[in-house]
Design a protein around this ligand. Structure first.
Ligand code: 2AM
Length: 214
């Protein structure tokens, strides 16, 4: 089995800015900058022999490149406890379109539809027993944070290997964004990070944490 998710990687300078927001919250495990990403769709565990089907469906997606703006800071709570701090995204129709096309592609490839509402975000930290006052202050002090426009011209299929102290992300595949050209709606857009075509896996990333209670 292999644990997968689809996400937007972010330019290095954006990751550095986001990482610079961290600190000042006891009980927070900050995501290392290289692991910061915007999840479009969590897939979870699938058999490895499903990879080709998923890849085929994702490679046929047609969405034009766009830019998004990261804005504000907020939290996720489970059972009354703050579990994650994240940076939000200013309303972006292209992002919503991309997310729904990714989901539909995965449904075509045989996965169940993701019924959860898409809340675009970049997780900054996972929290355990963080004092709510400090969390509140952290969010308030960064409420005016904005970063953008961030150019988005591809999305990635990631593998997540969960480890005791976090996770290792492997960027398996990159899919270039390209709009539909008139009269050519069947275009297949696909590119790996290094220009290779369909080899698995392609890239290895560095350790971080990705556990999130749901
Ligand atoms: P996040 O986007 O809120 O940080 C890899 O685990 C990525 O998939 C993480 O970025 C994580 O959350 C996201 N994700 C979504 N649903 C998940 C789930 N049920 N379990 C683990 N990760 C999930």
């Amino acid at each position: 089995m292999i644990r997968l998710f689809i996400a937007l990687d972010l330019p290095d300078d954006v990751k550095q800015r986001l990482a610079g927001l961290g600190g000042g919250v006891p009980g927070a495990r900050w995501i290392p900058p290289e692991n910061l990403h915007l999840t479009l769709r969590f897939i979870g565990e699938v058999e490895e022999d499903r990879l080709d089907d998923l890849d085929g469906a994702l490679g046929r997606l047609m969405v034009a490149p766009f830019a998004l703006t990261l804005a504000g800071v907020d939290r996720f709570e489970t059972a009354g406890k703050v579990r994650a701090l994240w940076v939000g995204v200013a309303r972006s129709e292209p992002l919503t379109l991309l997310q729904s096309k990714v989901d539909s592609a995965l449904v075509r490839a045989g996965l169940p539809r993701d019924e959860r509402r898409f809340t675009p975000h970049v997780t900054l930290a996972r929290l355990k027993d963080a004092p709510s006052q400090r969390v509140g202050r952290f969010i308030q002090q960064r409420s005016l944070f904005r970063c953008g426009p961030v150019p988005i011209d591809r999305f990635h299929l990631f593998e997540s290997q969960t480890k005791r102290n976090g996770a290792i992300y492997h960027r398996l595949k990159a899919y270039g964004l390209e709009g539909v050209e008139p009269g050519n709606s069947q275009d297949r857009v696909e590119a790996t990070e290094d220009g290779r075509d369909t080899d698995w896996p392609v890239m290895v990333d560095t350790p971080g944490s990705d556990r999130r209670p749901r």
